[in-house]
Design a protein around this ligand. Sequence first.
Ligand code: FE2
Ligand code: FE2
Length: 265
Amino acid sequence: MRILFIGDIVGGSGRRAVKAMLPELKKKYDPAFIVVNGENSAGGRGITAQIAKELYEQGVHGITMGNHTWDNKDIFNFIDEDDRMVRPANYPPGTPGNGYAVLKNRDGKELVIVNVMGRSFLPPLDCPFQTIDSILDKLKKKHKYVFVDFHAEATSEKIAMGWHLDGKVSAVVGTHTHVQTHDERVLPQGTAYVTDVGMTGARDGVLGMEREAVLHKFRTQLPVRFTADEGKWQFHAVVVDVDNDTGLAKRIELIRRFETEAVFE
Ligand SMILES: [Fe+2]
Ligand SMILES: [Fe+2]
């Protein structure tokens, strides 16, 4: 079974990139499931019901989130009803939304997606390692295919999570730092891993945001409002091939494309 996962979609540029790339990727890879990280898809901050709807209409099966989940208040109007969207599972009990979801595709296949958030240089949520363990305890007998988006800042915490889950899930992919890392591999016990998938959004900004504002902030330390850069995009994703018998990974491939390249056939 093949899973396509697209890293943090940032603003209008990121959404344009998804629209431009998805037809080509569906043709080339024919993924059974398409999952995206949508925490920055509404102007860099959060997501709206309309954007989620547009992504689903394009064939996206599930959406993961992160520390920006709550930035656009529209989320509170729909997250409890949206059974294809997950926010970090290690928020305190009672937080709106779900930390994992069972996605179904047209062929009746099921894929569990789980979102957890790191605690290094991010808000102090519950322990992501204990949280994922208790979710897996609940799921494991029923579900073979489990895909984890570990939304974290520190490379060490992400690598540690990869080892923690090696052999227990199909894949652990990192999001949040917005820069694709070149350490993709299938770990010895069969879990596909990459520290960060990389973001999908404007290439000439800073992590998808307009660079002048970010530069001003770094140069002056004054408060600045960041806005998503709407310039030419870069697109980052991974494809994971999972064994149908074991649910473990056979292969992971990084995808990296730019708007300025010819991406259409
Ligand atoms: Fe992000
Ligand atoms: Fe993030």
